[in-house]
Ligand binder design. Sequence first.
Ligand code: GLN
Length: 450
Amino acid sequence: AHLDRIAAVDGEVKAFLHVDGETVLAQARKVDEQRAAGRELGPLAGVPIAHKDVFTTADMPTTAGSKILEGWRPPYDATVTARLREAGLVILGKTNMDEFAMGSSTENSAYGTTHNPWDLSRVPGGSSGGSSAAVAAYEAPLSTGTDTGGSIRQPAAVTGIVGVKPTYGGSSRYGVIAFASSLDTPGPFARSVLDAALLHEAFSGHDPMDSTSVDRPVPPVVEAARRADVEGMRVGVVKEFAGEGAEAGVTARFTEAVELLESLGAKVVEVSCPHFTYALSAYYLIAPSECSSNLARFDAMRYGLRVGDDGTRSAEEVMALTRAEGFGPEVKRRVMLGTYALSSGYYDAYYGKAQQVRTLVQQDFRNAFEQVDVLVSPTTPTTAFPIGERADDPMAMYLADLYTIPANLTGNAALSVPCGLADGLPVGLQIMAPVLGDDRVYRVGAAVER
Ligand code: GLN
């Protein structure tokens, strides 16, 4: 049924980069056989899933939305891919994304733009826009994404679905093509909070292959999503993000969501997080710095594209030609920004300062969670914007992640859940919890979900 749905709508939505019907059906048959043989299967066995094209898949290409990896077939599965295969989920295919997950609209993909199923002239968010659009368009019931600065929560918000950034280190980065390693966090997309929790639980947990993986039990997210009550919980409204910079329609839906929380028995208070407003600037130094280092591996020798290797050029020339042709403009901008910020003489002024801001944001969270159990804000300042509107204005594009970035800088858990429409377009409510308090965002998310 999902393959039929993809065939019917993906010509317009363009969520997928790769779908191979035969491989899909072969996986489904294998699950049937296992079931017939009496094998005990998990709760998601046989459920189809779409993976963001940043997770390596041994039987399918993996491009990270970049021309530099066109046609690359990874020799191994990411931990997230492998665990979900083992749990019996059927991989429908790979979804479109901003190149190397840099962007907020999926317009930075080397393979064309994905369209928002609510209004095809608008973006589905990014960088995991293929994964959000696939779930919103009913092409897949579940999908995976990665959230480095908001790339799961923001696309979930603007396509009217649920998206979660787990605690950093709670989900494995092994086999996830790296963007900014201290921020990258795999997480789930689904159409309900409980579905997201089931997926979260299926791929999370300690992984010895990822040195930053957290060796602690997975928070009880499914139990929390089933519980779905906020009676007696203390909810903090981030003063600096309540309304500031947001569209009127977004502010209106957010205010109603806060009223709903109160009517369900939560105690709502305003909490000040004075350094949250600096998070975006700090992020745009830290993320490019880490990316400039991570993307050095695309050297024309190890993977994918190789340009100009005709026997007359040096390895360095081939590398330069390959990177000039293989990377898109946003990736080049970030590599240049990052290289500059990390260079000796500027390190203290830029990268070092940004890391200090990171500590201040962490202190804001710590102070806040002494007063409240969760923090809430709108997920994004605006609803889905028209394709092309911000394509040539990186600063306007970066603002899409104004509210999501603090939780990335500090590793906190955060979720976006739909909270109504503004001018016919979905609005998301962001719920943030302490590190390893992932169950709280599911509990509150499930309580306000309508
Ligand atoms: N939009 C942000 C960026 O471009 C976040 C991306 C992400 O979370 N992968 O860096």
